[in-house]
Design a protein around this ligand. Structure first.
Ligand code: G4P
Ligand code: NA
Ligand code: NA
Length: 194
């Protein structure tokens, strides 16, 4: 995705060897034009699958997931990180461990919203160690739903997330794959992307 690569290079800031800040278009501010293209790209990559619902995690997964669901014409549900006042019955929950923050968080989805007949596409903004993705997979499995794959906006390919997911036999489609963030520079996996 040329536009995504260009936006990462022009607007992204390398914080350190492991972290890329993309607050202007993905994690704080949202670029709707770029997000629309992201939705079209995910829809195209998974066009041969019969997706009934998109599953993501609040908050930064919602924007790309919403655009994708609009293009595919399916529903969307996001896992919550905070307890909801109204979401009490039939909760499906799991714990997600963050390596960077060294803490465990519970994420939940109502069992009323994902069902055994659902065929889910999981979408998230970043793939690092894969903990969030694993949590979403666990929720899908508890619901008895099938998973067609995972769509990621920015993958840090030097971290183990992708290989962990592939070990589980899960298809991973990442729109931008970052090979390295060393020397304050973003190096993409694909040399021919620009
Ligand atoms: P971790 O174990 O390496 O910490 O990865 P994890 O998947 O737990 O990610 C923790 C949070 O940090 C996630 O956001 C994830 O999207 C984000 N993240 C991981 N690596 C990067 C990075 O290089 N750049 C940016 N910008 N974010 C990164 P979250 O806490 O769920 O926040 P949000 O979805 O509310 O934005
Ligand atoms: Na994030
Ligand atoms: Na996220």
């Amino acid at each position: 995705m040329k536009r995504l690569y260009e936006t990462i290079l022009t607007e992204g800031t390398v914080i350190n060897d492991n972290v890329l800040k993309v607050d202007s278009f993905l994690n704080h501010g949202i670029n709707p034009h770029l997000m629309k293209e992201i939705g079209e790209e995910f829809a195209d990559r998974f066009k041969d699958e019969n997706i009934t619902k998109i599953l993501t995690l609040e908050s930064s997964g919602i924007a790309p997931a919403l655009m994708t669901s609009l293009v595919i014409g399916c529903e969307l549900v996001f896992a919550r990180k905070r307890q909801s006042l109204t979401m009490i019955d039939n909760l499906i929950s799991t714990t997600v461990e963050s390596y960077t923050k060294k803490q465990k968080n519970t994420i939940s989805v109502s069992g009323d919203l994902i069902k055994p007949h659902d065929s889910l596409l999981i979408i998230d903004d970043f793939l690092a160690n894969g903990q969030a993705a694993k949590g979403l997979i666990d929720i899908a499995q508890q619901a008895g739903s099938s998973i067609v794959g995972i769509g990621i906006v920015i993958e840090k390919s030097f971290q183990p997330g992708r290989s962990e997911l592939e070990k589980q036999g899960i298809r991973v489609e990442s729109l931008a794959r970052i090979a390295s963030l060393t020397n304050n520079q973003v190096q993409f996996e694909e040399k021919t992307c620009l």
